[in-house]
Design a binder for this molecule. Structure first.
Ligand SMILES: [Ca+2]
Ligand SMILES: [Ca+2]
Length: 344
């Protein structure tokens, strides 16, 4: 192979690798006529200064007034990026926890307002946007997808972005689905998926976050990673394909964002709201039999199961998780007829 060809290939490979910033968040800035996109984020190779390998370049001085411009600057926040850049990446990556401060400077061309737009910001990242004059004329936090209209772009010409990167909050939840439990061996017939919903501790008890995990057949525990919920007091509501929805004890649990909480539904009936657990030998279980997941174990579930007698596969009518629906599954469901979920 010619050296030229090799050089070209190396160049192409390095170009495609170097610009893959680990976290890269675009913000579109427009005055209604002109527009531009600025980007911030994290990369393990980034520094606070100008990183050409991450496609960061210093811009020429701001244009005269009457010409649209948008850029990140380092003035007042101790970031050495000269006259500013379209991209402002900092050291970090997907495992980063903490804050990074950016400063966006802009000016209108035509028009008298500036609109910022963003989309699909990862759920573990929040961006607080404030004016740099006093910090409360504009003070808004954005996540996900949205837009913000700046109606006074000549009075407030730059904004401070406080970007917070969160690591997930870990909830280790121990529970036993009655139908899967084999008391003699003290194991589950199968490791099976459960969903955890984090709900507000006060009415209307809205869902704030959720995660799914597999409950291990030996430890009865699943690790649920939550990415959105701020610190606070919450109910834990657990659901399983044929389990009766069960909420955690009265009053809710104090959860600290990025911290770990262990919760055990098996050691006491009071661990479920309304003591809604079934004692099997010496351990408390989630009631099995809500095949249609409507919060009631009744004749509808029973008829649904009877309709599937003889069927196999991963289906909600298979109460004991052996991959087959028969009289054993029906017996467990029938023993729980009349049970319903109990919530605050
Ligand atoms: Ca039901
Ligand atoms: Ca079965």
């Amino acid at each position: 192979m010619h050296m030229k060809k090799i050089f070209l290939i190396v160049l192409i490979i390095s170009a495609s690798v170097t610009f893959a910033q680990q976290i890269n968040i675009p913000i579109r800035v427009t005055d209604g006529a002109a527009s531009d996109t600025v980007r911030f984020g994290l990369d393990p190779t980034a520094t606070d200064g100008i990183d050409p390998s991450l496609n960061e370049f210093e811009l020429p001085p701001s244009p005269p007034s009457g010409i649209f411009d948008a850029r990140f600057v380092g003035d007042g926040i101790g970031i050495p990026i000269g006259q500013g850049m379209k991209r402002d990446y900092r050291a970090g990556g997907t495992n980063t926890s903490g804050q990074r401060i950016h400063r966006l400077k802009y000016q209108v061309g035509s028009g008298s307002s500036i609109r910022l737009s963003w989309s699909n910001i990862p759920t573990n990242i929040t961006v607080r946007m404030q004016d740099i004059v006093v910090g409360f004329i504009i003070d808004t936090t954005f996540t996900g997808t949205g837009t913000y209209l700046l109606t006074n772009p000549n009075g407030i010409t730059s904004l401070k972005f406080t970007v917070t990167y969160y690591q997930p909050t870990l909830l280790n939840v121990k529970l036993i689905q009655e139908g899967l439990y084999l008391p003699l061996q003290n194991i589950l017939n199968a490791s099976d998926t459960c969903r955890l919903y984090l709900r507000q501790s006060v009415s209307p008890f809205s869902i704030v976050d959720s995660a799914k995990s597999v409950i291990d057949s030996n430890t009865f525990t699943g690790s649920f990673f939550l990415k959105i919920a701020p610190s606070g007091t919450y109910y834990l509501a657990v659901k399983h394909r044929n389990g009766l929805e069960t909420w955690s004890r009265t009053g809710g649990e104090a959860i600290i964002r990025e911290d770990t909480l262990n919760y055990d539904f098996t050691d006491d009936s009071s661990k479920a709201f309304g003591n809604n657990l079934k004692l099997t030998e010496t351990i408390y279980c989630i009631y099995s039999g809500d095949c249609n997941q409507d919060g009631l174990i009744n004749s509808t579930d029973k008829l649904q199961l009877i309709g599937k007698l003889g069927s196999d596969g991963y289906i909600p009518e298979d109460i004991n998780g052996n991959g087959f629906v028969n009289a054993i599954d029906r017996a467990t469901l029938v023993s729980n007829l009349g049970r319903s979920k109990i919530t605050p």
